[in-house]
Design a protein around this ligand. Sequence first.
Ligand SMILES: [Zn+2]
Length: 410
Amino acid sequence: MSTIQRAYKTELDLNNEQITACKKHAGATRWAYNWGLHCKQEEYRTRGTSPSAVDLRRELNALKQTTVPWLYEVSKCAPQEALRNLDSAFAHFFRRCQLKHQGKLRGKVGYPQRKTRKHGLGSFRLTGAIVVFSAAIQLPRLGRLRLKERGYLPTDAKILSATVSEQAGHWDVSVLVEQDHVVPTNQGPVVGVDLGVKTLATLSDGTTEPNPRHLRSCLKQLKRCQRAVSRKPKGSHNRKQAVRRLAALHRTVAHQRANTLHQFTSRLAKTKAVVVMEDLNVAGMLKNHHLAQAIGDVGFGAFRRRLTYKAAWYGCWVIVASRWEPSSKTCSGCGWVDEELALGERTFHCRSPQGPCGVVLDRDLNAAINLAKLADSSPDNANACGEGSAGAGRTADVKLPSVKQEPNTV
Ligand SMILES: [Zn+2]
């Protein structure tokens, strides 16, 4: 038995008074974050040092009595947690700077930016006296707020914090709890998973997971909404209304996509003992404008993230194969590597010079079988199966000697 931290997110059912209070909290959070960022920059410029969240909090408490008395209207947690977020934003920035320096990072290092209301009202985090009821949650300063879903939030767990966030006019609360957790013994099979765009995933046991392509099915509607926004004069009420409609549609698509991935990753983690997947170069593929929309619509990054944390809960082991592994080009029957295999060829035919072994398989299925085989060649495979918590939830990179070639695409 071990303790895990887990967040439960659900929608709030607020009245107008409560919405105003939540907006005030989100506003105070944004303000404190921006003020803290300004203080840090100023002090760095003049003295070369940077105040910590604790220093800033002390300074902010003094300011409350003079220039920003309106901060008394919100819970003291909101600005405090904002300053804490700012500290971690800088910590991430410095960590990424170091990675960049070592040449391990290609992307941007991400210097902390000012928060703006333009991209949504944002969120705020509260700690302290939080009580969960079956259909309501009680938060400091905000009081008892109704929930839209009954019985989802755990009532008996130890609550660490609650984060309230706004998206397209909807308010959600995410409750972070600490729970006792027993990792079950997972006796399921070993599967290789080949991710794709035409089908979301092909498993080495021959089953496939369809790709519902939520974005594509809403694209016409989204385009119409987007056009409606750009036709309205800036600053007008009609434009605001059109923006709201567009945001609501984006939210729907995002939720549909998340739902598909949640169901699929949960099923994998609960029923399979070992899952082998490719380390796809998602950031690289997104740079290809022809592929970007289709790939973004699947959510490969979210798939891997969700599968990894769920695997830890359900005693499944995730192996991430190197992106240089020629899983699509290798014959799953005899191991011959077809260097000339084109991206458009959907079926794999074995044409080994030592005599073809007769494998004729769907391209993705062939790749999935090759991935599944990697589980056997993985060095600490002994811990992978059936050992519950000992082998559970770890991820490992499998690096087999293979020739340098184009990174895997879908
Ligand atoms: Zn073969």
